[in-house]
Design a protein around this ligand. Structure first.
Ligand SMILES: Cc1cc2nc3c(=O)[nH]c(=O)nc-3n(C[C@H](O)[C@H](O)[C@H](O)COP(=O)(O)O)c2cc1C
Length: 192
């Protein structure tokens, strides 16, 4: 029987209608059209404190993070979703602080449940003001995502990224919008 696929979109820009959010929205559209349900979370609006490095989450028998903030409900949503969309602007040649803080706190997701990261499908959406992924610093973040998700056994299904400065103007890039929608469809495919 075909399972209903659930996609969790993590918006990592403070600009709710910014370029990375537009890209993520197109991925979500593609996923919905392929039958998935989509939940979107605006990280900037949440209380997510930085990792304190206590490493209690890595102790034998530990279950997740001891910090009681909005990450607790987010861990649950991360666990329930079969796929995640990570959307970030390039800030200072890498991902936004909102996404980096979420990633640091996601160390505790390794013990939230057995094999919590394993098999999660990931799509990345990024925007930058520079001319290309190299001079903007976008590649630094993309490489980090590649290494991090390979390390924890998740599947990086695809990445879409492009240049735009003003909020939302990336929507005019039709080729990129089509690529984002197609990525959403791939993300929702039930290949279990
Ligand atoms: C604090 C800050 C730092 C930025 N750093 C870079 C950068 O290093 N490289 C770059 O190409 N663009 C940089 N930009 C431009 C943004 O990446 C660009 O406007 C992007 O499209 C914003 O995405 P958003 O609309 O999703 O917020 C920076 C913007 C801000 C506000």
């Amino acid at each position: 029987m075909k399972r209903i696929q659930k996609v969790l979109v993590l918006l990592g820009s403070p600009r709710k209608k910014g370029n990375s959010a537009v890209l993520a929205g197109m991925i979500a559209k593609g996923a919905r059209s392929a039958g998935a349900t989509v939940e979107t979370v605006y990280l900037h609006g949440l209380d997510i404190r930085p990792c304190t490095g206590c490493l209690k989450c890595q102790r034998p028998g530990a279950r997740g993070c001891v910090i009681k903030d909005d990450m607790q409900s987010l861990y649950k949503a991360m666990h329930e979703a079969h796929a995640w969309v990570i959307a970030s602007p390039v800030y200072w040649f890498t991902m936004s602080a909102q996404i980096k803080t979420w990633m640091d706190r996601s160390l505790a997701f390794t013990t939230y449940a057995k094999d919590a990261f394993k098999g999660k499908k990931i799509a990345v959406a990024m925007s930058y003001g520079g001319d290309d992924p190299f001079d903007s610093g976008c590649v630094n973040a993309l490489r980090t995502f590649q290494d991090a998700f390979s390390y924890v056994g998740s599947e990086l299904v695809g990445m879409v990224y492009g240049s735009a400065m003003k909020a939302g103007e990336i929507g005019a890039n039709e080729t990129l919008m089509q690529a984002a929608e197609a990525l959403g469809k791939r993300l929702a495919a039930d290949d279990s």
